[in-house]
Design a protein around this ligand. Structure first.
Ligand SMILES: [Zn+2]
Length: 309
């Protein structure tokens, strides 16, 4: 996983820092160079903002980079105009080489397409099931969520199309202290109390699966410890809970806000998080038609924050 962490540092720290600094410091722009450099930088940063998951490096950087890039773009534009008004040559080179225009343009197009795909994930068809957000002890960030595969890997499954994976951020804006630590309590969300998102009846409970040490996981029992609640013919799954933490049993009536258990790391999970999805029809975990979910009216998408307290 060291390779994955290096890739995250490269894409979310080193490349945006380079994009901002190179725009901020360079003097000898001509118009065309400036347009291509700003287009590529803007497309890349939009891609980072929307598509890549934040919380492995401090979450606030998600906002720092676009603001810094905007400041650098304004500064370099003002400088370019001033040089031109003063009759200076608008650059030491008459134009950038064709290849550079090609690569800048291609890069802007590719990142732009992916970013637009991510933005499409904010839209969903038809009415959604509105639920109460089930966590209250911290700041939560959506890892997977939205209506497009690029921001929500569940999207390929008919039943889990609108499923969400939710993690929490610690005071540093990180999902965990360290990258993929072995100790589960280093993950900000581990042990947070899960509250019922709706009124309903408990349809099934599993409470005896082990909490795995990352990157161990259990593909055989994907939901791990979970609670399934039935409400108005809709089944809602809340999964990957802590072993032994679930305090409701099959047949119990639950009210919105009732404590159900604690967030853990059981089942097919890469790190402690809450998985939630709702289906209409079917009987078991992978049956039924997935329903879009809103929480207090909000359709949550990757990187959305929810302030639980
Ligand atoms: Zn999930």
């Amino acid at each position: 996983m060291a390779g994955a962490y290096f890739f995250i540092i490269l894409s979310q720290v080193i490349i945006p820092l380079y994009a901002v600094l190179s725009l901020w410091r360079r003097k000898d722009w001509n118009n065309r160079e400036w347009v291509f450099a700003v287009s590529l930088g803007a497309a890349y940063l939009l891609f980072l903002f929307v598509v890549t998951p934040w919380g492995f490096v401090p979450y606030p950087l998600r906002y720092v980079w676009p603001l810094a890039f905007l400041a650098a773009a304004v500064r370099s534009f003002v400088r370019l105009r001033r040089e031109q008004e003063q009759g200076q040559e608008p650059g030491k080179r008459p134009s950038i080489p064709r290849l550079s225009v090609f690569w800048h343009g291609l890069g802007a197009l590719l990142f732009g397409i992916q970013a637009v795909n991510g933005v499409r994930g904010y839209f969903y068809p038809g009415p959604a099931l509105d639920l109460a957000f089930p966590l209250r002890e911290g700041v939560y960030v959506v890892g997977h969520g939205g209506s497009q595969r690029i921001v929500n890997y569940h999207n390929v499954s008919a039943s889990q199309r609108y499923a969400l994976d939710i993690t929490a951020l610690n005071a540093l804006g990180l999902r965990s202290l360290g990258f993929e630590p072995k100790a589960l309590d280093r993950y900000a969300i581990f042990g947070h109390t899960l509250h019922s998102p709706c009124d309903g009846t408990v349809r099934s409970v599993v409470n005896d699966r082990p909490d795995h040490i990352p990157p161990d996981h259990d593909p055989e029992q994907p939901a791990g410890n979970h609670v399934e609640i039935e409400a108005d013919g809709i089944r809602i799954y809340l999964a990957h809970l802590q072993r032994g933490s679930i305090r409701v049993k099959q047949g119990d009536r639950v009210k919105r806000g009732d404590p159900l258990g604690k967030v853990g790391n059981s089942g097919n999970t890469s790190e402690p998080h809450l998985h939630i999805h709702a289906v209409r029809g079917g009987q078991s975990l992978f049956e039924g038609e997935g329903i879009p979910l809103t929480f207090n009216g909000r359709f949550l998408v990757r990187n959305d924050l929810v302030f639980g307290r």
